[in-house]
Ligand binder design. Structure first.
Ligand code: C2E
Ligand code: CA
Ligand code: CA
Ligand code: CA
Length: 278
């Protein structure tokens, strides 16, 4: 028994060791990426399917690692969010986004530019003030900026967050609940933070047309949104069937591969140009 216990202890020790080494190296790699500003924005259009016009876009981060490899968020965002490094990544992303989009003509017709934040970032009023200052200094109006706050992570201080949201609203910046229904308390967040828009996660959109029981979750979210007059954006729309179902149920703001994948700035600029010509 002693031997087995010792063996398990030893194995656990090695596993923990490997785990920490991996985390440590990811930490230092991200730090290096921050120093070199290797994080770049991709833009995914959000379409109003009622009139087929662009509602705006979501900014999605990519890591241009060592200038030769494009790394998608799933590989580093969870760690960056939990370690707090996300703050620096968002700063770089926002700076690049504002610079790139400012170079567009008719920037007003681009609509709403949506940026992802974690609750922790929203609770930091001082930092949010700096962020707003950065936006005001650019040629993009704060009225064209929205923040998506994921409910995958919990708030530590809802009252603090509510104050910051009021401040942002006063600046004309909209705040949306992201990944609604997937995490902590959608309903309590909406109520406490007086949010007026939500994003329906791909997970629920995926259930359209399948026998999956989760369809009822989708319908519940939509019913709630319609009843309380919330703005709803569905993400991960891949098929005409999904798009039609959502539209028929009042969700006409849609985002997904059915319309466009996330695009690098040069491609997004072309998309936007074509959009204006139509
Ligand atoms: P999200 O906020 O839910 O963003 C939507 C994700 O769904 C994006 O993945 C997008 O590329 C993907 N997507 C959109 N339409 C479709 C579709 O039709 N089919 C499929 N299969 N996927 C679709 P992405 O870009 O890989 O980002 C993953 C997640 O990483 C995001 O999920 C978000 O939670 C996080 N993330 C991305 N950028 C940032 C950021 O700047 N800050 C923070 N905190 N998180 C970010
Ligand atoms: Ca999002
Ligand atoms: Ca999200
Ligand atoms: Ca999502």
């Amino acid at each position: 028994l002693c031997i087995i216990g010792g063996l398990i202890g030893l194995i656990t020790f090695f596993l923990i060791n490997i785990y920490f080494k991996h985390q440590l190296s990811l930490h230092s790699l991200i730090l290096k990426g921050i120093q070199r500003k290797e994080f770049i924005p991709y833009y995914q259009p959000i379409v109003n399917v009622k009139n087929n016009k662009m509602y705006g876009c979501e900014v999605l981060v990519r890591w241009w690692f060592n200038k030769k490899e494009l790394i998608s968020p799933d590989n580093f965002i969870p760690y960056a969010e939990n370690s707090g490094l996300i703050i620096y990544i968002t700063d770089i992303l926002l700076e690049k986004t504002l610079a790139e989009l400012s170079s567009l003509n008719w920037i007003e017709s681009l609509g709403i530019i949506s940026i992802n934040l974690v609750p922790e970032q929203l609770e930091d009023k001082q930092h949010m003030r700096k962020t707003v200052d950065l936006i005001i200094k650019s040629s993009i109006s704060p009225k064209q900026i929205a923040f998506e706050i994921t409910e995958r992570m919990s708030f530590t201080d809802l009252d603090k967050a509510a104050i910051v949201i009021d401040y942002l609203k006063a600046q004309g910046i909209n705040v949306k609940l992201d990944d609604a229904g997937t995490g902590y308390g959608s309903f309590s967040y909406i109520q406490h933070l007086k949010l007026q828009s939500l994003k329906i996660d791909k997970m629920f959109v995926d259930t359209i047309g399948t026998y999956d029981h989760k369809l009822s979750v989708l319908d519940s979210i939509i019913a709630f949104g319609n009843k309380s007059g919330m703005e709803m954006i569905a993400e991960g729309v891949e098929t005409k069937e999904q798009s039609d179902y959502l539209l028929n149920n009042g969700v006409y703001l849609q985002q997904g591969y059915y319309f466009s994948e996330p695009l690098i700035f040069e491609q997004f600029r072309e998309y936007f140009k074509r959009e204006q010509e139509n």
